[in-house]
Design a protein around this ligand. Structure first.
Ligand code: ADP
Length: 551
């Protein structure tokens, strides 16, 4: 007998439908942006939707075809939001690029994704003018501003004005339906080996992720919320907030590039923000400013902190001094990014305060849509006893199966107890019997500073080019403010004695300033395996007590 099929509509999960929903059912709910130009701009979901429709028309007029990539170099703001929807909603692919990367990396990523259009904020004009000749695939450069702010002259031939291309359209466009597995967006993550790799999200994965993010044990978002994503829209789609906010019809407040304590505090208060999200370091400036000026929040209730381990002291300060609930979260670009969030279960209500706090300090429990396991090096699953630590693997509706352009490459997925299809996160974790996951280490060879990746391999390659360096290794060193900072360990060439200043100076101009190692250690030799592979874990152990300058 054949199975009885469901008889429901098979409406595809489309990003355009989320914005259409927001415009129809929360049309007057505001979207407020602190602009790059300095002022505050106000619109609402109906306004965003109309302009996103016009933008979709403008992209088509520029000759964009389904599947074409639209790159962005932009801060959090309404125009960026319109691009998210205007591109994905019209079957183009929104490719957010992290402007904090080194210029050569930005150009490399734009080329790898073969971006056809590049939209960028006003303050990135000098950068894009420098990079434009390298960006071979880009046919249209769009400056995200109005005519008044357009430069009198630019080295970019045919530079387009965002407001002009939007204004030229009539908005007579309706969001099309197509296969929900179509690519909607791409985010690059610094790989552990060599070049960054792209995670390609689909309409379906993005919508399911947005649904899950809104659930009570996740971000708990509703139409009553005023959401300010401090996490940038170029950092894994601001953790899905641009979609979740539209889905629930929440007010959205965008800080632009104004992320200093004073600007953020004023925006939180003026717009009555209730919920926010960001990496741990973004809160430092805000909390320091508030403490110095004896300020309190009047509306801010809860925040998700993730991307790097949230220091327990920061959690305590937010909870006890500022009455803000901290939801510690873990995820990664390859997971859209949400995986786990830390909230208490009702069975924990009677636990002593300290035990509750310990659970909240873990990276949390998975949300439905993602599953996880910890495994040993032979792929056998380990018990959830809060003690055994192993390689953390995940699978689910918004977890990648392969990287951009590598569909035919060997699959990155691994097996758990013989069952294939799990993505290895490169994190090492233990899992508490109640399902609370705790990151204990990282097996991937990268450094995470203030929520941003630094590729150790890239730094090592630069160091190795130094004439006095025989061998170089870069490892993560604990840092109280940035969580981790790079330490360069060098074996000099025989008879040479390079200085710290000389070695660090060598990185200037070769990598972004914030990626330059904090310190250098000169050693006689580095630990190797029998096959000659550098033993990074051993090296990290060796320098566990190393104090970085200023740390
Ligand atoms: P995101 O920063 O949005 O989580 P990335 O892909 O840039 O996404 O980084 C993912 C990696 O960051 C994880 O694999 C993990 O190593 C680290 N990470 C993310 N969240 C946490 C957390 N809460 N605690 C510890 N490490 C984290």
């Amino acid at each position: 007998m054949s199975a009885l099929m469901g008889q429901m509509m098979t409406t595809p999960l489309m990003i355009g439908s989320v914005l259409r929903h927001a415009a129809r059912h929360a049309g007057e709910v505001e979207v407020v942006s602190k602009r790059v130009e300095g002022d505050v701009h106000r619109t609402n979901w109906a306004g965003i939707e109309l302009r996103a429709r016009k933008l979709a028309q403008a992209f088509a007029r520029l000759g964009c075809e389904p599947g074409d990539r639209v790159g962005t170099l932009a801060w959090n703001g309404y125009r960026h939001l319109e691009i998210y929807y205007g591109s994905s909603g019209s079957q183009l692919v929104c490719h957010t690029i992290n402007p904090r990367l080194f210029p050569e990396q930005i150009a490399w990523i734009a080329n790898d994704a073969a971006d056809r259009v590049l939209c960028f904020d006003l303050n990135f004009l000098p950068l894009v003018e420098k990079l434009a000749p390298e960006m071979k695939s880009v046919q249209h450069f769009v400056l995200m501003t109005d005519r008044v702010h357009m430069p009198a002259a630019s080295s970019i031939a045919g530079l387009l004005c965002y407001e002009e291309i939007v204004d030229a359209e009539d908005g007579a466009y309706s969001w099309p339906d197509f296969d929900e597995n179509t690519a909607s967006s791409i985010c690059y993550t610094s790989g552990t080996t060599g070049h960054p790799k792209g995670a390609v999200y689909s309409h379906r994965s993005t919508l399911l992720h947005a649904y899950a993010a809104a659930m009570p044990d996740a971000m708990n978002c509703s139409t009553r919320d005023v959401i300010l994503p401090v996490v940038p829209m170029f950092h894994v789609n601001a953790w899905g907030i641009p979609y979740t906010a539209a889905m629930v019809g929440a007010k959205l407040v965008m800080p632009g590039p104004h992320l200093d304590g004073k600007s953020l505090y004023e925006l939180f208060e003026n717009e009555k923000v209730t919920f926010s999200a960001g990496v741990p370091t973004v809160w430092l400036g805000l909390l320091t400013y508030m403490k110095a000026n004896r300020l309190k929040f009047s509306s801010f209730k809860r925040t998700v902190i993730g991307g790097s381990a949230c220091p327990p002291a920061m959690m305590k300060t937010l909870q006890e001094d500022f009455h803000v609930e901290v939801i510690h979260a873990w995820g990664m670009t390859e997971m859209s990014p949400l995986g786990t969030l830390s909230k208490l279960m009702s069975k924990h209500d009677d636990l002593p305060a300290e035990a509750k706090q310990k659970l909240l300090e873990t990276q949390g429990r998975v949300i439905y849509g993602v599953d996880m396991a910890i495994i040993d090096d032979d792929g056998r699953s380990l018990p959830w006893d809060g003690v055994a630590a192993g390689n953390l693997v995940v699978r689910g509706n918004w977890v990648i199966a392969s990287y951009f352009g590598q569909k035919d490459a060997p699959s990155p997925l691994v097996s758990v107890d013989g069952e294939p299809g799990w993505f290895p996160t490169g994190d090492v974790a233990a899992i508490h019997p109640d399902g609370y996951m705790q990151i204990t280490d990282r097996s991937k060879d990268v450094i995470k500073s203030g929520g941003e990746w630094i590729s150790s391999i890239e730094l090592e390659n630069i160091a190795m080019a130094h004439p006095a360096v025989h061998e170089a290794a870069v490892i993560a060193c604990k840092h109280p403010k940035w969580d981790e900072r790079p330490l360069l360990v060098v074996v000099p060439k025989p008879g040479m004695s390079p200085t710290r200043e000389d070695l660090l100076g060598f990185f200037e101009g070769r990598i972004a300033k914030w990626q330059i190692p904090d310190d250098v250690a000169i050693v006689a030799e580095l630990p190797h395996t029998a096959t000659g592979k550098l033993q990074k874990l051993k090296l990290r152990e060796q320098f566990k007590q190393h104090r970085l300058p200023g740390a």
